[in-house]
Design a protein. Structure first.
Lengths: 165, 297
């Protein structure tokens, strides 16, 4: 079965003076994606905390959520978490799920990029297996939420009885 | 090309704001736009902001300062009228890096005849003097530059910076508005923390005397973010406003440049500014207030 989310990319710019964008891909299948492309897509010009971008990368949908990153020194940084979707993904349902999770789960309270990478790994598994999302004591029932809004995160294939096709 | 595009081209007042990361570029832009300090996060790439002053639209291109974004600075210079180069005067360790980056844009600045305004930011912290900066950057070799000290955190020198910046862009002078005869800041229980008056001692006595009891009554009302206004025949109009941790009182009179609504807005900005910048201790409030008040009186 095809995964719904093919990759999650985390781009972070810490608040410390002299820091540069740091990029993490939680899925190894990113050989064809250039670093410059990732920065351009996932840390778009003028990105600010709580921004959301719905864009494309190589004809694949890319959902980018921007948040603040707590830093100990200097000022806070900015971090984006981007979801590269497969063609079988129902984009609007996934946007709705992620927006709900991010509004309830405060990513901006996280201090380490590694924590966000760990969060992304769990999100990747939860979305692709449609299981509950559980992280640091927070639980989100993905399937229950989708049932309540009448959507599925996977495109439904309509079966037609009879006919040639 | 449409007519509107032609007008836009003719009235191009584009400013590119450059400098190392964490030197305060976005904080300066936010202060110019909002009139108070707003905490920021690093700028990704670049961000365009617009300010309309006296019917003139000013375009501010706030450029990301991280090394990954510095290559895009030059591309913005060719149609700019002014470069605002921001220096963190307290960061002596990175001043040479700032100088090296400054040198990289100089040839483009000369080629496109762009004016340079240097903001020596963070003057609320110990750091380099203007003379030090001129020496390190060898500014005496450049014809077309201005340099000013400011603090986008406390607000010191921000109006002066803006008036200079405006006159470079438009060739016109803009006058600083005086919005209050006197401003006093109290803590939430009505105890005076700091006072500023541009008139004689008498005004201060008014504020310290009978007026204080009115403030104390107001403080006891405990209404969150409430504000009141009352007119005194002898003195003028008092605006009293509350934020989470402070009460601000502003005395406005007819002969001031600013209309009453503008002064009300200014008092609100001042309280927001103190909420964002001050730790609430009297000495700190005094410092932050004295820097900010230079913009109001």
């Amino acid at each position: 079965m095809k995964p719904i989310v093919t990759n999650i990319i985390i781009s972070a710019l810490k608040g410390e003076a002299g820091s540069n964008p740091e990029i993490h891909s939680i899925f190894p299948n990113d050989n064809g994606i250039l670093k410059e492309n990732i920065i351009q897509h996932t840390l778009p010009t003028g990105a600010r905390s709580t921004d959301f971008f719905d864009t494309k990368h190589n004809d694949q949908d890319l959902l980018v959520f921007v948040s603040e990153l707590k830093c100990n020194r200097s000022r806070n940084g900015v971090v984006s978490i981007s979801f590269l979707l497969n063609d079988n993904a129902e984009k609007n349902a996934i946007i709705s799920v992620l927006k709900t999770i991010f509004s309830e789960f405060h990513m901006d309270k996280m201090e380490k990029i590694q924590d966000i990478v760990n969060l992304a790994k769990i999100l990747y598994t939860s979305l692709n297996s449609k299981q509950n999302f559980q992280f640091n004591g927070y639980v989100f029932d993905i399937q229950g939420y989708l049932n309540s809004i009448g959507l599925s995160i996977e495109k439904q294939v309509r079966k037609v009885k009879g006919g040639l096709f | 090309m449409g007519l509107f595009d032609r007008i836009r081209r003719k009235t191009n007042l584009k400013t590119v704001i450059c400098g190392l990361d964490n030197c305060g570029k976005t904080t300066i832009v936010n202060f110019l736009k909002e009139g108070r300090f707003i905490p920021t996060t690093p700028t990704m790439g670049k961000e365009k902001q617009e300010i309309i002053v006296a019917g003139t639209r000013l375009e501010l291109f706030d450029m990301g300062g991280q090394t990954a974004f510095r290559s895009i600075w030059l591309g913005e210079l060719k149609d700019a009228k002014c470069v605002l180069w921001v220096i963190d005067r307290s960061d002596t360790k990175r001043i040479d890096e700032s100088r090296r980056e400054f040198d990289k844009i100089l040839s483009s600045v000369e080629k496109f005849n762009v004016k340079i305004l240097i903001a020596s930011n963070k003057c609320d912290l110990p750091g380099m003097s203007i003379k030090d900066v001129i020496d390190i950057f060898e500014l005496h070799k450049i014809n077309n530059f201005e340099i000013m000290e400011c603090s986008a955190k406390t607000g010191k020198g921000m109006v002066d910076l803006f008036t200079k910046f405006y006159s470079i862009l438009t060739g016109k002078l803009i006058k600083k508005s005086v919005v209050a005869k006197a401003i006093t800041i109290y803590d939430n229980s009505g105890i005076p923390l700091v006072m500023n008056s541009n008139k004689a001692q008498a005004d201060q006595q008014i504020l310290e005397g009978g007026f204080l009891s009115a403030i104390t009554s107001f403080a006891n009302m405990k209404m969150a973010n409430s504000n009141i206004k009352f007119e005194s025949q002898d003195n003028g109009t008092f605006i009293i406003m509350r934020s989470n941790n402070y009460i601000g009182a502003l005395l406005w009179t007819n002969d001031l440049d600013a209309p009453l609504e503008y002064s009300e807005e200014a008092l609100k900005d001042l309280l927001d500014h103190l909420e964002n910048t001050s730790n609430g201790e009297k000495a700190d409030v005094e410092l932050k207030f004295s820097h900010y008040a230079t913009n109001l009186m």
